[in-house]
Design a protein around this ligand. Structure first.
Ligand code: AMP
Ligand code: MG
Length: 401
């Protein structure tokens, strides 16, 4: 096999983003309804059909006035509530009672809060507060102008985006078809979930954590059977997996005698971009392309599979799904205890965020197979490769689980 490089975490991440960005094609489109848009990717720019708000609106309960008239005593000539309209105009010395969200009556240029007026009979109010023009008024178009792009094509829809689409009357919108992702677990020790493993066997948990991660990242998981550590069987299912938009393989990429995944991929004509990354867990990690499809060979230890999906495969999947960008949401957290590690490798270790805001506590775990520890965790502590020690109270990166 041709030489395949080892990369640092940063190099490998940049490599995935660059390779997939350069090779991907625009996905097909389909329409989806407002109730099923969470996590979908917009396929076309959405523009504002009219100014938002369409009219100047009050943002307080109070009185619409001429700012220049206050402080002073004003005549109350009517009221306007949200959903209503005041047809007249407010002349100097006059006020219209107004509720939050109601359109500003003509003439008025400011709102005085109801808490800052006293009513005087008959039909008068007094305020001893001054106001500036525009006070407590949202001008027409202050949130967006008619024709302005509200949501660009390639944006993964958040719940505020769904609110915006609903507010602008889009019941169905064009989104990209979600990439299909083949999930192929390998290993003679792996048995299906509904079988009782013998002492030397374990159940196939990786396929299911991956399916959950794929769905969360906007892909459609396709479960393949477990491939035996045997050339012909592994090749059969790798080839089947290459018919999907992305192929994820778990296990079989280490240096053991029965780790045959790389050889099978090479025989399928694969180009390899890296096959080892200086991270833990997950060092023996393969990324490449065969028959026009990207694949990841993820190491089989559950923590390795989970972490390498999140930090590498997820970016590929998001880009294949038509997202215009992909980001790894590292946050800064404050360590609750001292932490040290051996430099040279970027580590992603199970940790808990909380209970105080931004506090991070590394969890005890017995290594990459410790799924109970990963289940107790809600984040990964990210230990940079070039720093050995952090003291309690110092900041460190974390990645939300
Ligand atoms: P490998 O990367 O094939 O050397 O696998 C390393 C270890 O990961 C194996 O010894 C298993 O304990 C575990 N493992 C591999 N595949 C799976 C799987 N599908 N589900 C759960 N654990 C797995
Ligand atoms: Mg194996």
């Amino acid at each position: 096999m041709a030489f395949v490089p080892t990369m640092t975490f940063e190099q490998a991440r940049a490599c995935v983003v660059q390779q997939v960005s350069a090779a991907r094609q625009r996905p097909a489109m389909e329409d989806a309804g407002l109730e099923s848009l969470a996590g979908r990717v917009m396929a076309e720019d959405v523009t504002a059909e009219r100014d938002i708000p369409a009219l100047a609106r009050s943002v307080r309960d109070g009185f619409a006035v001429h700012a220049a008239d206050v402080p002073g005593t004003l005549e109350i000539i009517g009221e306007v509530r949200a959903g209503g309209r005041f047809d007249g105009a407010v002349a100097r010395g006059q006020a219209v009672e107004i509720m939050t969200g109601a359109p500003m009556p003509r003439g008025a240029d400011a709102v005085v809060m109801v808490e800052h007026v006293t009513r005087e009979n008959p039909g008068k109010l007094h305020t001893d507060r001054a106001a500036e023009a525009g006070q407590f008024v949202n001008p027409q178009g202050c949130e967006a102008r008619a024709g302005e792009i509200l949501i660009p094509a390639g944006k993964r829809l958040s719940y505020p985006d769904v609110a915006l689409l609903a507010a602008t009357g889009r019941e169905r919108v064009p989104v990209f078809v979600q990439p299909s992702v083949a999930i192929l677990a390998t290993g003679d020790e792996i048995v299906p979930v509904n079988e009782t493993p013998q002492a030397h066997q374990i159940r196939n948990s990786n396929a299911y954590s991956l399916a959950a991660q794929v769905a969360r990242a906007g892909g459609r998981p396709r479960m393949l059977p477990v491939a035996r550590d045997e050339y012909a069987h592994t090749r059969e299912w790798v080839e089947a997996g290459l018919s999907c938009d992305l192929l994820l393989i778990s296990g079989g990429v280490s240096a053991g005698k029965y780790d045959i995944v790389e050889r099978v991929l090479a025989d399928c004509g694969a180009e390899f971009f890296f096959d080892r990354v200086l991270i833990q867990p997950g060092q023996p990690l393969v990324f490449g392309r065969a028959r026009g499809k990207f694949f990841f060979g993820l190491p089989g230890n559950p923590a390795s599979t989970m972490v390498t999906f999140e930090i590498f495969a997820r970016a590929a999947l998001e880009l294949l799904g038509g997202q215009c960008e992909t980001a790894l949401p590292f946050i800064q957290a404050t360590l609750t205890q001292d932490f040290r590690h051996r430099t040279g490798i970027t580590r992603f270790l199970p940790a808990r965020l909380g209970p105080g805001p931004g506090e991070l506590t590394p969890l005890r775990w017995s290594g990459s197979g410790d799924v109970p520890a990963l289940s107790r965790a809600n984040a990964y502590l990210v230990a940079a490769a070039d720093r050995a020690e952090w003291k309690a109270g110092e900041n460190i990166h974390a990645l939300l689980q």
